[in-house]
Structures are given as C-alpha cells and as structure tokens.
Design a protein around this ligand. Structure first.
Ligand code: OAD
Length: 242
C-alpha cells in the first residue's frame, strides 16, 4: 500500500508521449541525432506539402523506402514495457506517439494514438479514406475505396495539423502523470504538452538519452537508453500501484 499521500500512489490516469528515441534501439533512425534523418534529407525536400507538389516522385520514393524499412524492424524492450503497462494499468492510459512506425502496436500496445500519422497507411486525397498499406506508392496505385490514383503517405508534414489534438488535450487535462519518452522537444505542438500538463498541475517525467530542449519543464528527468530506463520505470509504477 505505502504512503497514501505519496504522489505515485495517487496516480490513476497517465499520458505518455513517445518520439523517435523509443524506436532508436530497434534500428530506426531518429531525426535530429548525429546521422539522423534530417541530416540525410532536407525537411523542405521530403516532408512538406509543397515538396510533394513540386516533386512527388522524390517524396513517394522517400516514404516507400521508410515504409519498407520499418517492416524489417522489431519492437525493443521499451515498446514491450509500454505494452505491458497498457495491459496491466487499470486506470486511463494513452500512448501519444509522434512515431509513424507500428512498433508500439506490434509489441501489443492498444491505447496508441499516432499524432503524426502512420507509415502503414495510405491516405486518399480524393475520397479522404485511409487504407492499410504495406507496399509502395511510387507507381500511383488506385485507392482501394474509390479507385482514384490519389494516394499519399498518411504522414503529417510540416505545416500540417497533427491528428486528434482534441483527444490528446482532453487526456492531458484528465491525467495525473505525463511522461515524455525519447523525444527532443523540438517539434510543436508535441513539445508544448509538458507545459500544458504542468499548468494543469499534472506531474511530469522525462525519460530520454539526454536532456531535451524543454527538459527544465519536467518535475523529474531520468537519462539513459529507452530499452533500460523505460522497463525500470514501468516496473516501478506498476509496483507502486495500491
Ligand atoms: P528527434 O530525432 O528530434 O529526437 C529523438 C530524441 O531521442 C533525442 O532527444 C535523443 O536524445 C533521444 N534518443 C536517441 N536515442 C535514444 C535511446 N536509445 N533511448 C532514449 N532516447 C533516445 O525525434 P522526435 O523528437 O521524435 O515529425 O522528433 C519529433 C518529430 O520531428 C518527428 O515526429 C518527425 C520529426 O520531424 C514528422 O515527421 C511530422
């Protein structure tokens, strides 16, 4: 039981924000670390609506390669631990991920929200339906719903609005604990969640390899590789539950 006034014992609702650092040890490049994706490619060339208009082949090829690559990767102990937390946590839990891979789901997590879209979806700009997509888009295949050749990657590009923001803010408002894992805190609105949480009196915890840009906003920061600090934290929070 422990101290009933202790903070961890009062935690019932949890919002977790994950970023590229949670998938790094699965062999998926992060964006801003040395050698990361945004060192290899200019954001303006591949990750904006303007880039897609200007040079669709380049953009489609870039995402086709990424889509193929993630299907060869496996969840790591950080994904496994979060899936275990999802299974065993009886309070509210929402894993808001900026990642467009499916490693949280493949590890078994259910309560996952992809705010930046998903590699394994194709979005039809003609009929607005999203279809599960594991192959390539470069050959301009027909949309399985409407037959138009109007599919694009279901990825939120720079300048576009992340998905399901209302749901995310509602979950943060109702949370007792906000945990940020493996994200540099460079991209808004996700980077601002910690401040939103804090202003609402929600306890905040950062788990990352190094201090993120907004690290000083967190009540506590634990540094280390996700594959070790995430399972440790999950063990701790499940053990602390009364
Ligand atoms: P970044 O590449 O900006 O940051 C990754 C973070 O993970 C850094 O703070 C690293 O220190 C940390 N990290 C690296 N390896 C780690 C490990 N093994 N364990 C724990 N942490 C580790 O990636 P994001 O913050 O996810 O958006 O980037 C946010 C968004 O920017 C992405 O969703 C993407 C990108 O542009 C879109 O594509 C819309």
């Amino acid at each position: 039981m422990g101290d009933m006034n202790g903070k961890s014992n009062g935690i019932r609702n949890i919002v977790i924000l994950t970023g590229a650092g949670v998938s790094a040890e699965s062999g998926i490049d992060t964006f801003r670390d040395g050698g990361g994706l945004w060192e290899q490619h200019r954001v303006e060339d591949v990750a904006t609506p303007e880039a897609f208009e200007r040079d669709p082949e380049l953009v489609l090829r870039f995402y086709d390669m990424r889509r193929e690559a993630i299907q060869t990767k496996e969840p790591n102990p950080a994904h496994d631990a979060l899936a275990r937390l999802d299974r065993e946590w009886s309070g509210e839990l929402l894993i808001v991920t900026q990642n467009v891979d499916d490693l949280h789901e493949r590890a078994g997590a259910r309560r996952v929200l992809h705010m930046h879209g998903e590699h394994l979806n194709a979005w039809c700009t003609a009929c607005d339906v999203r279809s599960r997509w594991t192959g390539t888009l470069i050959e301009r295949p027909a949309c399985p719903e409407c037959g138009e050749a109007a599919l694009r990657p279901d990825i939120v590009w720079f300048g576009e609005m992340p998905y399901r923001m209302d749901e995310i803010f509602t979950a943060i408002r109702e949370a007792d604990l906000f945990v940020s894992i493996g994200t540099s805190g460079a991209v808004y609105p996700a980077a601002g969640f910690v401040r939103d949480a804090k202003s609402l009196g929600v306890e905040t915890l950062e788990l990352n390899l190094e201090r993120s840009q907004g690290s000083h906003w967190f009540d506590e920061t634990r540094l280390g590789p996700a594959s070790s600090i995430v399972p440790d934290w999950v063990e701790e929070i499940l053990g602390n539950r009364d």
